[in-house]
Design a protein around this ligand. Structure first.
Ligand SMILES: Nc1ccn([C@@H]2O[C@H](COP(=O)(O)OP(=O)(O)OP(=O)(O)O)[C@@H](O)[C@H]2O)c(=O)n1
Ligand SMILES: Nc1nc2c(ncn2[C@@H]2O[C@H](COP(=O)(O)OP(=O)(O)O)[C@@H](O)[C@H]2O)c(=O)[nH]1
Ligand SMILES: [Mg+2]
Length: 206
């Protein structure tokens, strides 16, 4: 009896993020997701979780898992769904007490990732679709590659990342469009003009 009651009373770490406000930030490589997320953090106090950054942190730790991830990322392929999702979930739980909401940057990369996220964590209230032309994205990434030190900011991997984006990630946008939560952001403009559109989308949430 006591055992049973104790079990009932136990709270799960997941409970902390059950009602969290979630914004998915989706767009091609180099479209400006990270740049816009930083500005949202500053203005709105949201927590920015870049799935790519979480993966790169694991690589930098030198762990066995990191080594496997590095090989996948260098080829511009997708890391297994469960790995990324667990990382995002843990990071959300760690910030749950202080966060006003979460910007999930670079995830979902494919429709199934979105479905799993919703099963394990919750539903997004907005999807920011950061849209730039492929030529623009390539140009920005080549420029970023001069200083980023990222193993995947090179011509060959950039091409693979773009291909995969159009094939696997764009269907994510169509999937959420049918729910009416997609706001398309023109990311061809100057950073501050892109941000104005982002602010409009977020302000309309409340
Ligand atoms: N949900 C995710 C996020 C990232 N990756 C892996 O990590 C790499 C880098 O991801 P990310 O940093 O999001 O790169 P980009 O999409 O290029 O965007 P950004 O320029 O914002 O870093 C991807 O190519 C992929 O191998 C992944 O598999 N699954
Ligand atoms: N001109 C212009 N450059 C941008 C804009 N947003 C990002 N960039 C540049 O494009 C590169 C990629 O941006 P980043 O935020 O890392 O994109 P992400 O790959 O989508 O996260 C960076 O070097 C930025 O300086 C923008 O709105 N306008
Ligand atoms: Mg980024």
């Amino acid at each position: 009896m006591t055992l049973c009651c104790a079990r009932f009373r136990r709270t799960h770490p997941e409970d902390k993020i059950k009602n969290a406000k979630i914004i998915f930030v989706v767009g091609g490589p180099g479209s400006g997701k990270g740049t816009q997320c930083e500005k949202v953090v500053e203005k709105y106090g949201y927590t920015h979780l870049s799935s790519g950054d979480l993966l790169r942190a694991e690589v930098a730790s030198g762990s066995e898992r990191g080594k496997q991830l590095q090989a996948i990322m260098q080829k511009g392929e997708l890391v297994p769904l469960d790995t990324v999702l667990d990382m995002i979930k843990d990071a959300m739980i760690a910030k749950a007490d202080v966060s006003k909401g979460f910007l999930i940057d670079g995830y979902p990369r494919e429709v199934q990732q979105g479905e799993e996220f919703e099963k394990k964590i919750g539903a997004p209230s907005l999807l920011l679709y950061i849209n730039a032309k492929p030529e623009t994205m390539v140009k920005r990434l080549m420029k970023r590659g001069e200083t980023s030190g990222r193993a995947d900011d090179n011509e060959e991997t950039i091409k693979k990342r773009l291909d995969l984006y159009y094939k696997a990630t764009e269907p994510v946008i169509a999937f959420y469009e049918s729910r009416g939560i997609v706001r398309k952001i023109d990311s061809e403009l100057a950073v501050d003009d892109v941000f104005k559109q982002v602010c409009q989308a977020i302000d309309n949430l409340k």
